[in-house]
Ligand binder design. Structure first.
Ligand code: DC
Length: 258
């Protein structure tokens, strides 16, 4: 998937599409940090033959550029400008993962840093930043089957999505997963520190006034605390087989049989 958007276009006035082509569909996956959204989104997209979009990367890219340009946290105008002019591309890597190119350079690794995640959460409270990223997210969905993850996909960005999931897991389990990830990456830290960080991010994402992290009323809640990724995907596919959109229904049925 490749996209290099510049300024928000005229589609910023869109009411929030579901699918825009005959074989298009949008499946949303929201939830707190560490619930496994990225893993489940990747697996679901592959099984459904759909594109994937991790919208956290957009907020992380704004956070990275803020850091590089020394923009003060409270300078909403400058932060909004970064979001409005953000040049970001998603490129498939040989590993099967998605690389992220920001302003022409590969920032895949830089964007994954823990402090950039925290900074993205901080920045995402700014209404101007959220408004600037809204049309970009919708544009990325146009005309193709998509599994998209974030915090407000089902509530704000794609209120008419063909199917909405809210993926959650206990704080304890999410902190444990995060700790393992950091260990694998060679980062020394303690369970206590990670637990505190995950909790802080939760509080920040849930309590902001604009587009807080919350399950959409019509979202199906999936709890991954005691389930493997395969089990969560199987459950999601079962729901997707009942989708109103025939393309999605068919993709889910094929994924289950295949
Ligand atoms: O999913 P992530 O960890 O990459 O997201 C980083 C932060 O970006 C998250 O803590 C809050 C913000 N975010 C958001 O506000 N809305 C989204 N749709 C995605 C991410």
């Amino acid at each position: 998937m490749t996209e290099s958007p510049g300024q928000p276009g005229p589609d910023s006035k869109l009411p929030g599409p579901s699918s825009s082509g005959p074989s298009g569909f949008v499946v949303t996956l929201d939830g707190p940090a560490g619930a496994g959204k990225s893993t489940i989104t990747g697996m679901l997209a592959r099984r459904l033959g759909a594109h994937r979009l991790e919208t956290g990367a957009l907020y992380r890219a704004v956070a990275l550029l803020r850091e590089q340009r020394n923009v003060p946290w409270e300078d909403e105008e400058a932060l909004t400008h970064i979001a409005e002019t953000l040049a970001i591309q998603f490129v498939p890597l040989p590993s099967g993962e998605t690389g992220v190119i920001v302003e022409g350079s590969d920032q895949t690794e830089a964007l994954r840093q823990q402090h950039i995640g925290q900074a993205a959460s901080q920045i995402s409270k700014q209404p101007g930043v959220r408004a600037a990223l809204l049309p970009l997210q919708r544009r990325l969905a146009q005309g193709r089957p998509l599994v998209v993850e974030g915090r407000d996909m089902g509530t704000v960005v794609f209120p008419h999505a063909d199917m909405k999931f809210f993926l959650t897991a206990s704080l304890e389990v999410r902190a444990q997963r995060r700790l393992q990830e950091l260990k694998n990456a060679g980062v020394e830290t303690s369970k206590q520190v990670v637990l505190q960080e995950v909790k802080q991010r939760d509080d920040q994402d849930r309590s902001r006034t604009v587009a807080p992290l919350v399950a959409a009323e019509d979202a199906i809640v999936l709890d991954s605390s005691n389930a493997t990724a395969e089990e969560v995907v199987a459950l999601a596919l079962n729901h997707l087989k009942t989708a109103g959109n025939p393309s999605l229904q068919m993709a889910a049925a094929q994924a289950t049989n295949g």
